[in-house]
Design a protein around this ligand. Structure first.
Ligand code: JFZ
Length: 606
């Protein structure tokens, strides 16, 4: 019954369900601070920090805080860790100051993770940091005081469903008999009283980050929501409370949707490959990767909850500190473009970087600083002024024209000079009125035409659950009656290589080879072309969004689009493979102009 974390990682569309948020009674007014913040610190700290990924002399694979589950460590043995847990170097002040220096506005710390150990003083259960360790301090009280001093919102992660220490908690099947568990008993005896402690002992709490609601009934989730609401009406609850009862949704680790998404989301992100400290994990993401993730997420209206895993002594690892300081230096100069910003008015990604906005202003975040000019297609507002965010005196030259045949606005920017920031440099556009953008996909100045699934019109029986997931993939596409349809503007005609991007579920990579889905792309308009192709894996994109969610590239063939104009693209299934039960999970169709180099798939990488 218990699943490994690897299983919880796939398939992509299913795992998102764990984080889906937004019930009908969302705490809208209380979301205001969270939307303004955009950037928070996640802290995974617990008894698991002590073995740090090693058990009985060997390195344990997987994420560090799962060591007890992974090794099936008996409760009696695991409990002994508490006697050695003495974080003598813990300093709440320095953690909170680091978050502040990084430009983070809230902090979410594991008050109780799946191991069941309360990292706070609890009179409900003796398995807590004050009663079970020689250290005897309550770090949550110290963090609460430091957060108050420095204007950081304190929030708690609380594993309400999995509790491997409790006979009636979920997912410990090595000590306890799953068939005899009384989950409600655990909920009422431990979870609810501990939540009451967390909501009464530490002042105002920004949110409770519930997680992995795999065995809870809707009534259980509703009960927890009511409890939080009753004690602290302004405290938010994460989407992983289950059953769509959260105030916002959570995506997967480092996961970035392909475009703008509806609703409120947050992406929790690890800096290496673990949440809880692992002494052997040195696979750190680079500063530009982390920074571009922050910007990419903000451009889609998503919060970034970046994790640190302190050691059992209480130190935040050096590589994390260095990275946070670098992000903080960028935020100090460019924070205006992040805090309180909203998603880009463009629903899709632009080739050179990302956009955020505030009323009357667009912030262009360049990942690649332009040498010559940059063209932007489809912005309908008049641009009043353009300048560097870091230097308002440095004006950018603006030319705007309208292509009447295609009904397309073309904005050309030039005079960029030298790059103001190393990894991401921001240009401000002051625009007249609320931002307005062509709703239709349009060929980009680099010649590519990208048709994201989330911009398609969905055809067929949508009642059967056919939908686009929050991350931007088709879900429940299991019938040949279902399909996608786009219209797109093409300015520079020619030959194109056509490819399809789909989600890299492990099952698909193995099983899909033998009996792939078969698709048909029909192009209409100034030309009529039909491509029929199997959804095979020809390439795997080193996913610029996240190392954890690979995307599969299928080469579908070539198409000649002979004239400028508006084309239609219809994607249908000719056969659905019985070997891939999750159906067709595509994120986009991509047309790349064929250069002398032949076909190529490129996507902006960070
Ligand atoms: C969960 C925990 O199991 C893990 O230990 C860590 O705390 C992480 C932040 O959250 O892991 C998940 C749960 C759900 C998804 C991904 C990781 N998901 O839905 O993509």
């Amino acid at each position: 019954m218990a699943k490994s974390i690897e299983e919880t990682r796939t398939p992509i569309t299913k795992q998102l369900m764990a984080g889906r948020g937004q019930g009908k009674r969302v705490n809208r007014a209380s979301l205001a601070w969270w939307r303004e913040a955009r950037f928070g610190m996640f802290i995974h700290w617990g008894l698991f920090s002590l073995p740090a990924g090693r058990w009985k002399g060997h390195e344990v694979p997987g994420i560090g805080e799962w060591i007890m589950h992974r090794e099936r460590i008996p409760v009696r043995d695991y409990e002994k860790l508490a006697r050695r847990f003495v974080p003598s170097r813990f300093d709440a002040e320095s953690w909170v100051l680091l978050a502040k220096e990084a430009g983070m506005r809230y902090l979410v710390i594991t008050a109780k993770h799946h191991e069941g150990f309360a990292m706070f003083k609890s009179s409900v259960d003796a398995f807590n940091i004050v009663d079970a360790t020689p250290w005897k301090r309550d770090p949550m009280a110290e963090l609460a005081a430091a957060c108050q001093r420095h204007g950081i919102r304190l929030c708690f992660y609380y594993s309400q469903d999995q509790d491997w220490h409790d006979p009636n908690g979920a997912w410990n099947d090595w000590d306890f008999d799953e068939s005899r568990k009384d989950f409600a008993e655990y909920l009422h005896r431990k979870v609810e009283p501990q939540l009451r402690e967390l909501l009464t002992q530490y002042g105002p709490i920004g949110l409770i980050w519930f997680d992995t609601p795999y065995t809870m009934t809707k009534e259980h989730s509703a009960e927890l929501r009511r409890l939080v609401r009753r004690i602290q009406p302004d405290c938010l609850v994460s989407g992983r409370i289950g059953h769509d009862l959260g105030d916002y949704g959570s995506l997967g680790d480092n996961q970035i949707p392909v475009g703008r998404i509806r609703g409120e989301y947050e992406t929790p992100a690890s800096m290496n490959d673990t949440w809880g400290f692992k002494s052997g994990d040195h696979h750190w993401k680079s500063v530009p990767t982390l920074l571009r993730l922050l910007v990419d997420l903000a451009s889609k209206g998503i919060n970034y909850l970046l994790n640190v895993g302190p050691t059992a002594k209480g130190d935040i690892p050096r590589p994390s500190v260095e990275r946070l300081r670098a992000l903080g230096a960028w935020m100090a100069a460019n924070g205006e473009a992040i805090y309180g910003s909203s998603a880009s008015p463009f629903p899709y990604e632009l080739p050179w970087g990302r956009i955020t906005q505030k009323p009357g202003r667009l912030y262009l975040h360049f990942f690649d600083w332009p040498r010559g000019e940059v063209r932007i297609h489809g912005l309908r507002n008049r641009v009043r002024a353009a300048y560097l965010l870091r230097d308002r005196g440095h004006r950018i030259t603006v030319v705007q024209r309208h292509d009447d045949a295609l009904d397309l606005s073309v904005l050309t920017l030039s005079g960029f000079g030298s790059r103001p920031d190393r990894y991401v440099s921001v240009v401000v556009l002051e625009i007249a009125g609320a931002a307005r953008v062509d709703p239709m996909p349009v060929q980009q100045p680099d010649g590519t035409v990208s048709l994201p699934a989330f911009m398609a019109t969905m055809r067929g029986p949508t009642t059967k659950g056919f939908t686009i997931s929050a991350a931007g993939f088709t879900d429940e596409w299991k019938s040949t009656a279902m399909g996608l349809r786009w219209t797109a503007k093409v300015l520079e005609p020619g030959s194109f290589a056509v490819s399809v991007l789909s989600s890299g579920d492990a099952e698909y990579r193995v099983e899909g080879k033998k009996d792939p889905h078969r698709l048909r792309l029909s192009i209409g308009g100034p030309a009529s072309v039909t491509l029929r192709f199997p959804l095979l894996m020809h390439d795997r994109l080193e996913n610029p969004r996240s190392r954890y969610f690979p995307e599969i590239v299928t080469h579908a063939g070539a198409a000649l689009l002979p004239r400028p104009g508006t084309y239609t693209f219809k994607l249908n299934a000719e056969t659905i493979s019985g070997r891939v039960p999750e159906g067709i999970g595509i994120s986009s169709v991509l047309l790349t102009p064929v250069s002398a180099k032949g076909r190529s798939v490129s996507r902006h990488s960070s």
